[in-house]
Structure formats: C-alpha cells, structure tokens
Design a protein. Structure first.
Length: 275
C-alpha cells in the first residue's frame, strides 16, 4: 500500500470483528474468523482498536497483531477507560502507567496514536486537563508515542484547551458528528479524524459529495494546510513544512458501511489496497 510522497493519509475502520461484515459484505464468504485481521489490514492502512478501552491485552497479543499485519499498517489504540472515566483526570497516573506498560510497545512501528477518550460529562477544566496531559509520556521502552484526546462536552470548544493540547503536542479529535463538539484545530504533527455520520442509505456510508469533501480535507491537512469550512476555535494552526500524517476513521454511524466508506476514501486520496 504505497503512499504518495505528498501525504501520509490513512483511511481506516474501527475494529475487525463485526458479524455484519461477514458472508461477502466485507470479508469473503467462508473466511475463517481467525483470518479477519490478516484480511482487513490488507484492505485499509489503519484500524482503531476499541477493545483495549474495555479490557487489557497481553504483550503476546500485541506481538501477534504486529506479525499478522503488513508493513506500513498501523493500529490506533483506545486507552483503558480506567484512565479517563473518572472525575479527576489528574489522578490517573497509575492507570496511565499500567496501560502504557501493558505491552503496547510490542506493536513497534505499527503502533499508531493512542486515544484517551473522556466521559461525555467531563467539562473542560484547564488545570485538570493540563495535569492529565503531563502524565502522557513521549516514549516508552524506546518506542515513540503519539497521543490523542477525545472530548465530548461542548465546553472544550475553548481556545485555552487548544493551547494546552498544542503545548503538550497532543492531537484533539476532529469529529464529524451531530452529538459531539467539532474541533478541527490542529494541535500536533498529525490529524486524527473520526467520521461518525455514515448512513445505511448509502452503499459507501457517505455520498460521493461528502466523500470528496473528506478526501479534500485530508489532502489539505496532510499538506500542512487548514481545510475550508470546518469552524475552527482558533485563527491558525502550527506550521507543518514537512506535512502531517492524517488518520481518517469511518467509525460508528452505520458501521456495516464503514469498510466501503474507507475504501472509497482510500481511492479518492490516490491509494489502493494491497489485495
């Protein structure tokens, strides 16, 4: 799955174990369940793993995932909810250390961003958020770590939050959703977008016009530019003369349409699956 030199865009999906994807919808008829990661990782260049949010995985499991997937593929991991589903995020130090030390570095170069998802009820508190971001390490056992904070309360549409995220080089999730705040401001050397408005009425989840728009946004982000029409909180983003990585996950919404939507985006940004 060769990337064009101008960008490093990775359209992806959430997870790989989903019954409605079987039987020819995404997975070929009769494909053994144990081969689904092998297949999915050759159709999309990134997968967001939701299971790590609910339960821990062993180092051996992370090593197996790495072995089953091709060169250039990346896993994004949702951090344990024990780290962020709490009233005081500043108190999460032990939980953060346990998750980081749980064996995720076995993924090696296939370890993509780590997503720290806050409760929908979490309200922006500058001191608490600053303390939490300070807990997130830049490296662990020689492996570079990239962090993403996913917030779901409208109070985070605040320039002070964007400034804190930039200070800690933590990405903020851009969400295409009518339930959660839209934060298109770039705060790290990569962009993390979750497209959550797929519809069962569209074979590709999103219609052609919407897919073209998201592909255009991905190209702009990857070139270090700010896409038009996304209602940012702040006036400008940090310069990115070398461009930016862009993770673009089609997730939630009509999940059965996510693989087709990711494939449509993949082709619109000039890429093709490995198989």
């Amino acid at each position: 799955m060769a990337q064009q030199a101008e960008h490093r865009i990775r359209p992806g999906i959430g997870g790989w174990t989903f019954e409605p994807w079987r039987g020819g919808v995404f997975y070929p008829q009769g494909l053994p369940h144990g081969q689904e990661l092998h297949y999915a990782s050759r159709r999309v260049p990134a997968i967001e793993v939701n299971g790590t949010f609910y339960r821990g995985q062993s180092p051996a499991t992370f090593a197996r995932w790495r072995a089953e997937t091709p060169q250039g593929f990346m896993f994004s991991l949702k951090a344990s909810r024990g780290c962020t589903y709490r009233k005081v995020l500043a108190d999460a130090g032990d939980s953060v250390r346990r998750f980081i030390g749980s064996g995720i570095v076995e993924l090696g170069e296939k370890l993509g961003p780590i997503v720290w998802q806050c409760m929908p009820s979490t309200v922006f508190d500058a001191g608490d958020i600053a303390a939490f971001l300070a807990l997130l390490p830049a490296r662990h056992e020689g492996v570079a770590l990239r962090h993403v904070l996913e917030v779901r309360h409208a109070s985070f549409r605040d320039a002070a939050y964007i400034a804190l995220a930039r200070r800690h080089r933590c990405a903020v999730v851009f969400t295409d959703s009518d339930q959660f705040p839209c934060l298109p401001d770039v705060t790290a050397d990569f962009v993390y977008a979750r497209l959550m408005m797929a519809s069962t009425d569209q074979a590709t989840g999103y219609g052609a016009t919407a897919l073209d728009r998201w592909a255009d946004c991905a190209h702009a982000w990857s070139r270090g530019e700010r896409p038009d029409g996304l209602d940012p909180v702040t006036d400008g983003d940090p310069a990115a003369p070398q461009g930016r990585d862009v993770f673009l996950f089609v997730i939630n919404g009509a999940k059965e349409r996510a693989p087709a939507a990711a494939d449509a985006l993949l082709r619109r940004v000039g890429l093709t699956p490995l198989a």
